[in-house]
Design a protein around this ligand. Sequence first.
Ligand SMILES: *Cc1c(COP(=O)(O)O)cnc(C)c1O
Length: 403
Amino acid sequence: MNSESTRDTESLLKEANKSILFTTNRPNLVMEKGKGMYLWDTNGKKYLDFIGGWAVTSLGHCPEVILTALVQQSAKLINASPAFYNVPMIEFAKLLTDKSCFDKVFFASTGAEANEGAIKIARKYGAKFLNGAYEIITAIDSFHGRTLATMSATGKQKWESLFEPKVQGFKHVPQNDLIAIQKAVSANTCAIMLEPVQGEGGVFELEKNYIRSLRELCNEKNILLVFDEVQTGIGRTGKLFAYEHYGIEPDIMTLAKGIGGGYPLAALLTKEKFDIFEAGDQGGTYSSQPLGMAVGKAVVNEIIDKNLSKNAEKQGEYIRHQLVSIASKFKLTNIRGKGLLIAFDLPVEKGSKVVSECQKRGLLINSPRPAYIRLMPPLIVTFPEVDEMIAILSDVLTEVLSE
Ligand SMILES: *Cc1c(COP(=O)(O)O)cnc(C)c1O
């Protein structure tokens, strides 16, 4: 037992079963605190966290800069209402536009909400300039969120018949297939929306030539190229934004997850010429709320100041190198990813077993598909922590794969 914890895990779990609406299967443990790369549950058990709050805790758990930003801003102003500008809102928008190819920012609280905004700009653009074109092309196996429109945008087969009727106007094409997407574009198309690296789909990257061709296609057809960088943005892939890898500029980029370091925060960035909303088209009670703005600014500044994108690139390379070194022993294949968004394939569909055995030994990892393992640690991860992860994973693979 953890001497610091005063909580009785059994009674907490009993209460959770009673009062939490079921949406997902969770293990029988309750998380209580975090610091850096580690989480602790109410039994005092410590976990090395390679899920990172789902690619969210970019600075690790409970970093000083977030604590400070929250304390200082909450003493000054927590909410001014979305009807007024506030100071951190303006400063944070300046920071994001200074550091990216974009001119304008809309702030929200979740990735799905930022993507809804992107879909709305694309449809508005289609209505105004493309004779009412409204169709948006997305990729098979993509993930764009859980609101009705973003579920419709998502190219997940399991969702195809869920919550009918769908929001109309989304077409799904296979990723990296230029001919398929050229064929899919019609007079009804207003945008193409893609993740530069599919996260939930299992870490599959767009090819550089494909992206460049899409940029040309969008220019030629006068339609928008939208990058959903909710998972890839803010240092995750080794650059501040993933689009920087490809030598192109999207028309819209959405950010969430890592941008708040754990605080619910999202942003939509676009160019001056797509600043086309009229008053009331888009908004939200919590859009640009000062507390989130102060946290976001602190998180992004810290990532830039500490050059954590570079660390993501370096540690990502080291992780892939270490995975390669155990690959033949465990028949691991398709070791892939960019920066600290990494996945590989198991020889058998035992992903959830590997995850639960790792958890028992104090390591948190993710299995987005039965044979895939995904790693998305905080950007602050260091070599010894990678070694610790590889050691636990190797033990677990030895056990699980010999069964
Ligand atoms: C997580 C995710 C979303 C949804 O973000 P929420 O904050 O959960 O709404 C959208 N797009 C991508 C690529 C994501 O990884």
